[in-house]
Design a binder for this molecule. Structure first.
Ligand code: WQD
Length: 332
């Protein structure tokens, strides 16, 4: 298939391009490069042996998007592009709603114009808010998001649901990621956030690298086995493979379907720290501090539906995630 990838130089998209290439698909990548650089396209080529077609364009720029895409045969769009820093979204809600939701609406209009009505959307477990039950299945009710970033994911899902309801010639797959971490085993691509990392694993690897003095553990008074937050960490390569498998749902003319992409297992912050130390032979100094506003205690998936309907399940372990994250950080 000819696949349009938005946010192509991002963490999840870049790893997905590697797996799509491996599966024989043809990729057109677009990105506004606001949060990464075009050298990622070269790095992907170092892994796959082939440079994809890439265009620097913002999904909010309707005219340029039309110019680039008109006349192209696009079978499916995988939509990753979006601002995704939780804390930043609280400070800049208008930018997040404008970019993430406005950009998606523009993209959908252009896709319709070029007669591409197959889309896989990069969503997030954050749409469940404080989940009603654990493990979380896809029919768990969506909840109250704790930040504008989460709301943009939830609102975009609703836009897609309404679009498909209004025009059933659309095939829409929503993938709800849990906590993607790790890096390609080559260490050539991985998670490289700008500034101070919001997320746990890049912060840990920067502490190990000596870039940060210590990890601040946000609370040890949650109702979990060791008091620290529990999350469903999934290797980014497993997540990428889930996107390849999700194409099957489009080929089956699914109409609209939703899948959790998680491992089905929760690990606490301290379990991640201890595993990272053991696997990599490094010490991670940490200090327990106050809870982070908006954090929930426990979040992990049931991935049974993806297993049954897509024939996908995560295969890599927390040890693999820790090893590959550190390998990427060390390559710098
Ligand atoms: C994990 C755990 C923290 C940093 C968010 C988004 C989600 C997705 C993944 C984009 C929690 C603890 C963290 C630190 C810590 N993002 N922690 N010290 O919050 O589960 O999910 O990122 O797609 O949509 O909501 O991930 O990695 O920030 O936190 O103690 O310096 O680590 O409290 O328990 P989170 P996270």
């Amino acid at each position: 298939m000819n696949i349009l990838i938005t946010g192509a130089t991002g963490f999840i998209a870049s790893h997905t391009i590697v797996e799509l290439h491996k599966a024989g698909h043809n990729i057109i990548g677009i990105d506004n490069l606001s949060n990464s650089s075009e050298e990622i396209i070269d790095k992907i080529a170092m892994i796959t042996g082939e440079k994809i077609e890439f265009h620097k364009v913002d999904i909010c720029d309707c005219q340029t998007l039309k110019t680039i895409l008109s006349g192209k045969q696009i079978d499916c769009c995988m939509h990753f592009a979006g601002l995704k820093a939780v804390g930043e979204s609280v400070a800049k809600p208008i930018e997040y709603y404008d970019n993430n939701i406005g950009g998606t609406i523009t993209l959908l209009k252009v896709l319709k114009e070029i007669d591409c009505k197959n889309i896989i959307f990069s969503s997030s477990a954050t749409v469940y808010g404080t989940p009603e039950f654990i493990p979380i299945t896809e029919d768990c009710p969506k909840g109250i998001c704790t930040n504008p970033y989460g709301w943009t994911k939830s609102m975009i899902e609703q836009i897609l649901f309404d679009l498909q309801h209004a025009d059933n010639s659309w095939n829409i797959v929503v993938l709800r990621y849990f906590n993607p971490i790790g890096a390609h085993p080559s260490g050539i691509i991985g998670e490289n956030p700008n500034g101070i990392p919001n997320n746990l694993m890049p912060y840990i690897t920067q502490v190990a690298f000596g870039k940060r003095e210590k990890l601040f553990v946000y609370g040890n008074d949650y109702d979990t086995h060791d008091g620290t937050g529990v999350r469903d960490y999934i290797h980014v390569v497993d997540l990428a493979k889930g996107h390849v498998k999700a194409l099957k749902a489009l080929e089956d003319n699914c109409g609209l379907d939703i899948f959790n992409l998680g491992t089905g297992h929760g690990y606490s912050v301290l379990e991640v720290v201890k595993t990272f130390e053991k696997v990599n032979g490094v010490k991670i100094p940490y200090e327990i501090v106050a809870r982070r506003p908006g954090d929930i205690a426990i979040c992990y998936a049931s991935s049974d539906k993806a297993s049954k309907k897509l024939g996908w399940q995560a295969e890599l372990s927390l040890e693999d995630m820790c090893r590959d994250s550190w390998n990427f950080q060390k390559r710098g």
